[in-house]
Design a protein around this ligand. Structure first.
Ligand code: ATP
Ligand code: BTN
Length: 328
């Protein structure tokens, strides 16, 4: 416990000195014991200076631990439990494993993923410096409305990036967040369901935060926040904001969905564009017309048929006269 109290005291007086004697006295432990706990905090990544004046925490460490995320987090249920790992194969895999017995809003986070996944089992590059989290959500909606969860998460992350960094964030259906035409974040929602009820949704959010964009192959058309802003960002603040926005968007899932839908529409890089849709059943081209209340994409096919698309790949095409792919 004394380690926790020392950590909290140093955070409260961030940037100023706290004497070892004061810490020892208020915690009723020896100064040597204080020193030992400070060493263990340093090993965790806390930069703590020591001098004759005592101890001083220089800055909050850039680690996404439960304690740090929770301090100052303004949510009522998202992030009340945070399970953080230095490394996981995939936060989604771990979240799915624990989801049946986990509380609504539980978060799994890893500093690196060794086998991060995008849709259709595609590999998702997840080095140190990124934000790789999965949120377990238990909305009371039927499985037919599950696409809403993915849309709500995309809107939530877009709002967080815009609010924190004033970036204009577009959404490419179904799950890519773009700045310009480059992908800065991807979302993978997986569900566990009965015939008529959703047991849980695991919302996997990957954000390329402090990563050198040169690490991404050109064909991915990927970018990162540090690449866009020319500086590293606080991943901690980003995670807190994302969780707050996820909670705010969650409220809309069980009600009209109008707020999320309107925001999604406004940010969409896909609506009113010619698209090629590739699903398990085949592919076709047409105009992306609307995002429906259940989260599906309405596409008007070239043969006049209207199709509601719930899952699949979407390629943005140039206007019909010049149907050259703009890349995925
Ligand atoms: P779509 O645009 O239809 O979503 P996609 O090709 O982007 O299709 P996804 O399943 O959304 O496919 O994302 C997985 C793909 O993203 C990978 O196959 C790879 O090309 C790319 N990718 C992998 N890691 C990252 C990353 N950290 N940032 C951006 N792109 C990545
Ligand atoms: C995509 O664009 O295809 C979605 C990428 C989703 C990546 C995130 S990172 C956290 C979570 N864990 C995973 O293995 N995938 C998601």
């Amino acid at each position: 416990m004394s380690r926790e109290e020392i950590r909290e005291t140093l955070i409260e007086s961030l940037g100023s000195w706290t004497s070892g004697q004061r810490l020892a006295r208020s915690l009723k432990i020896s100064r040597a014991a204080v020193w030992k706990q400070v060493q263990s905090l340093r090993a965790e990544g806390y930069e703590i200076e020591s001098s004759k004046r005592g101890y001083r925490l220089e800055s909050l460490p850039d680690i996404i631990s439960e304690d740090l995320v929770k301090s100052g987090l303004k949510t009522s249920f998202v992030g009340r439990t945070i399970i953080s790992h230095p490394s996981l194969s995939s936060t989604n895999a771990e979240a799915k494993r624990i989801a049946p017995s986990a509380d609504n809003g539980t978060v799994v986070v890893a500093e690196v993923q060794t086998s991060g996944r995008g849709r259709m089992e595609r590999p998702w590059h997840s080095p140190k410096g990124g934000v790789w989290i999965s949120v377990i959500l238990k909305p009371r909606i039927p499985p037919t409305l599950a696409p809403r969860v993915n849309m709500a998460a995309a809107v939530a992350v877009a709002r967080a990036l815009e609010g924190l960094y004033a970036l204009e964030v577009g959404i490419k259906w179904p799950n890519d967040l773009l700045v310009g035409e480059r992908k800065v974040s991807g979302i993978l929602t997986e569900i566990g369901a009965e015939m008529d009820s959703l047991d849980y949704a695991v919302v996997g959010i990957g954000i390329n935060a402090n990563i050198d964009p040169a690490l991404f192959p050109q064909v991915w058309r990927a970018t990162s926040l540090s690449g866009l802003l020319g500086r590293d960002i606080s991943r901690l603040k980003l995670v807190q904001r994302v969780l707050e926005e996820v909670e705010a968007a969650f409220e809309d899932l069980e009600s009209s969905f109008d707020g999320v839908r309107e925001d999604w529409r406004r940010r969409s890089a896909t609506l009113d564009r010619r698209v090629r849709i590739i699903t398990r059943d085949g592919e076709f081209e047409g105009m992306a017309g609307a995002l429906e209340a259940d989260g599906s994409l309405l596409v008007r096919r070239d043969d006049g048929r209207r199709v509601w698309v719930y899952a699949g790949d979407c390629v943005h095409l140039r206007p019909a006269a010049n149907p050259v792919e703009e890349g995925v």
